[in-house]
Design a protein around this ligand. Structure first.
Ligand code: UD1
Length: 367
């Protein structure tokens, strides 16, 4: 029997942990599915991309498209042109796209125009903020997708409100949490000791972690300066480790912004290193989407440096606090959380490490 070809498309850092469990699960259906990994190359530095394949125990991509950086239109168009060639050659039965980056948008539209069915993993999330490029990517990707795999109940509600047929919507949990659970076990056996000793040991007792990369926070000088001043203040109470995104690093240099010596700026980390750092943190300050989810799962207070979140379950049941307009109050909010013994978290339904198992079981039925 001919195996069903399925392309897993990924392009940027937060995509890799979402496809890894799907690839592993597809491989279990040996005689049935033939998974192909396509990496568009939206992220290309080793620290933003290659290291994740090792850390997630995932084989190298079958195709690397080398799309690289550029304007949104350029990046999306390049990914579409190159991905189309792969689709024409491989003739897959299905494309799986994940998350909300430009590569997600590019690959879903390209496949759909070739009449290939599309599954979107992490469908239905909405920030209702159209100034975020990701929001447009989410809406368009969901619109062209045949199978909508959703991480939280609100996502199902959003899709129904937008008129989607409920037969296309599957609440399955979160493949990012699948990777997190898988990697917590691997962390014990890993080489993380070396990384640990590269950090300042005395600082590893009572610290926070910062990540920043949203254009709205880091591309504008006065916004970035305001944020850094607040971070400098917080770092007087607890040292901060700041694995820095290339976009943020460039802008801090360009705007000549000075960080306090209590903020330890480090290179972008691999998945296991980052997990190690977060697991031991007292709090996390971030503008990322996925980290809000990871922090909730790890039960670590997370202050999201944004005005909105497309992941409301992390606020309702997790440890996430949206700072947005209250940014000036951030130091006192962090203080309060340091005083508390632990954050309160309820278990988030279906975030149990088995989302990929559910997704592939469904695909096995419907394809
Ligand atoms: C992208 C995603 C965002 C995701 C983030 C995770 C979109 C619209 N944005 O944002 O949703 O949260 O990835 O990091 O798809 N760069 C490098 N090396 C790299 C990659 C990027 O130096 O390996 C630099 C380049 O100067 C590039 C800039 O970072 O122009 C931004 O990269 P890009 O992929 O355009 O957007 P991100 O900000 O990373």
């Amino acid at each position: 029997m001919k195996r069903v070809k399925i392309i897993l498309a990924a392009g940027a850092r937060p995509n890799f942990m979402k496809i890894a469990p799907l690839f592993r699960e597809l491989k279990k259906y040996k005689g049935r599915f033939f998974p192909i990994i396509v990496h568009t190359g939206q992220h290309y530095d080793h620290g933003m991309s290659g290291v994740f394949f090792n850390d997630l125990d995932m084989q190298k991509p079958h195709y690397y498209l080398g799309v690289g950086s550029g304007s949104h239109a350029h990046q999306t168009a390049e990914a579409m042109k190159k991905f189309e060639k792969v689709c024409v050659k491989e003739k897959p039965r299905l494309i799986i796209v994940v998350g909300d980056v430009n590569s997600t948008l590019a690959c879903s539209i390209t496949a759909k125009k070739l009449h290939i069915r599309v599954a979107h993993v992490e469908a239905g999330l909405r920030s209702r903020d159209m100034s975020m490029p990701e929001e447009m990517n989410r809406i368009v990707t969901d619109n062209v997708s045949d199978f909508l795999f959703v991480t939280e109940k609100k996502g199902v509600e959003n899709l129904i409100k937008e008129g989607r047929n409920k037969n296309d919507i599957f609440l399955v949990g979160n493949t990012m949490i699948d990777s997190l659970k898988f990697s917590l076990n691997r962390l014990r056996e890993s080489d993380i000791g070396k990384f640990q000793t590269s950090l300042l040991a005395e600082e590893l007792k009572n610290y926070g972690v910062v990540t920043l990369h949203r254009p709205s926070n880091v591309d504008n000088k006065s916004n970035l300066l305001k944020l850094v001043r607040i971070l400098n203040k917080i770092s007087g109470k607890a040292p901060l480790f700041f694995p820095i995104h290339p976009r943020t690093e460039k802008n801090i240099k360009r705007f000549k912004i000075i960080l306090s010596k209590n903020i330890h700026v480090i290179k972008p980390l691999g998945y296991l290193e980052f997990l190690f750092l977060c697991k031991g943190a007292k709090f996390i300050l971030t503008d990322s989407g996925g980290i809000q989810e990871e922090a909730s799962f790890l039960n670590i207070p997370c202050f999201t440096l944004r005005k909105n979140t497309e992941r409301p379950v992390t606020i309702e049941s997790g440890t996430n606090i949206l700072v947005g307009e209250r940014i000036n109050r951030l130091p006192s909010l962090v203080d309060k959380s340091l005083d508390k013994s632990s954050a309160k978290r309820r278990t988030i339904p279906l975030w149990d490490g088995k989302a990929a198992v559910r997704i592939i079981k469904i695909l096995n039925k419907v394809l």
